[in-house]
Design a binder for this molecule. Structure first.
Ligand SMILES: Nc1ncnc2c1ncn2[C@@H]1O[C@H](COP(=O)(O)OP(=O)(O)OP(=O)(O)O)[C@@H](O)[C@H]1O
Ligand SMILES: [Mg+2]
Length: 327
């Protein structure tokens, strides 16, 4: 059995357009123009227990909507969703005890109370015995290095500290499946790194399935072997991140250290020059032109050093978002 299984999932929203001005607005009480937003438009995928998967896509791609369907907050328009064998929307307590959805932009902690109070409330909700609650809390607080902050009122915590407490609240029952919607948003780079380390550890220690969305490619690069790319409600890629580079990188970056100063014009004549500051010239050329360029460079000039690289994943993903995938 798959940990998460999604088949032909669709989630459409009806959106009522409001006309501006008083009279048209009054008129629209009776007939409001309706449009349909295809937030999730027929997607299918399976996830094995213990996988850590990156869910990426531009704003409005349908990532959050999918996660909400998977955690039972939204009912699908059509299609089938199964998480640990449950239909999420039934929101059975056995199901809720095994999953968690953490949204970086939303919080569940009580603002004026210390975090420990929210944790205790969740203990009751999840019906955790004292010993289990205490040991989970100790473990999580230690992993996140916030042992001495659990009694501090939430409003006195920094954003990063608060996010850690949010995670503890969401993980106190040790869910087998975890949906993380932009868990590093708004955090500084040091805290982002700590969050990533924690996510990896949590995944390893508990073998939990984690589906993570993030707009920071570094999160995805460092955490996820497999990525699912969504665009306009559709999956446009599902596979290894490394294959993405092999398959979709259309250019190569060629860096040479020249021994003699050559004019920019002359170099640009050989191939698309991206930057040049003697002795370093960087070319950005089509994959199939790379070999020719290198042999020309070697033949014509004395060269100190030469490097051929793939473009950054960010660049590839950006191209895919803007142009779509053409194989
Ligand atoms: N409750 C709703 N009512 C109407 N439209 C909605 C609703 N929720 C989401 N949408 C629309 O569905 C589409 C997908 O939204 P969603 O929040 O899933 O995107 P996302 O991939 O999470 O984007 P982001 O990266 O900005 O968080 C958007 O066009 C959004 O406006
Ligand atoms: Mg979102």
């Amino acid at each position: 059995m798959y940990s998460v299984s999604v088949k032909n999932l669709k989630r459409y929203f009806k959106v009522y357009k409001r006309k501006s001005g008083l009279l048209p607005a009054l008129g629209s009480i009776f007939s409001r123009p309706v449009t349909e937003v295809k937030a999730v438009d027929d997607i299918s995928f399976n996830i094995e227990q213990g996988e850590l998967i990156g869910f990426i896509g531009p704003n409005g791609a349908g990532k959050t909507t999918t996660l909400k369907c998977l955690s039972g907050l939204l009912y699908p328009s059509s299609g089938r969703v199964e998480v640990l064998g449950f239909n999420p929307f039934e929101r059975k307590s056995e199901f809720l005890k095994e999953i968690s959805l953490v949204m970086g932009q939303k919080n569940q902690l009580w603002w004026d109370l210390p975090s420990i109070d929210t944790f205790r409330l969740n203990k009751e909700i999840y019906e955790l015995p004292d010993t289990e609650f205490n040991s989970h809390l100790d473990q999580l607080a230690k992993l996140l290095e916030v042992e001495d902050l659990i009694n501090t009122p939430v409003r006195q915590l920094s954003l990063g500290q608060r996010m850690k407490m949010e995670l503890i609240a969401a993980l106190i029952h040790k869910p087998k499946v975890l949906f993380l919607d932009e868990p590093t948003i708004g955090l500084d780079v040091v805290m982002q790194k700590k969050m990533r380390e924690f996510i990896v550890q949590y995944n390893r220690i508990y073998n939990s399935t984690i589906l993570l969305t993030s707009h920071y490619m570094v999160d995805v690069k460092q955490l996820c072997k497999r990525v699912i790319i969504l665009n306009k409600g559709k999956i446009i890629y599902d596979g290894n991140l490394s294959d993405l580079v092999d398959r979709f990188a259309q250019t190569k970056l060629i860096t040479v250290d020249l021994c003699k100063n050559i004019s920019e014009k002359e170099l640009n004549h050989l191939g698309q020059l991206r930057s040049y500051q003697f002795p370093k010239a960087v070319f950005n050329v089509k994959k199939e032109e790379a070999v020719t360029l290198v042999s020309k460079l070697l033949k014509k000039y004395e060269i100190e050093d030469l490097n051929i690289e793939d473009p950054e994943i960010e660049e590839i993903v950006r191209t895919i978002f803007s142009k779509g995938i053409h194989e």
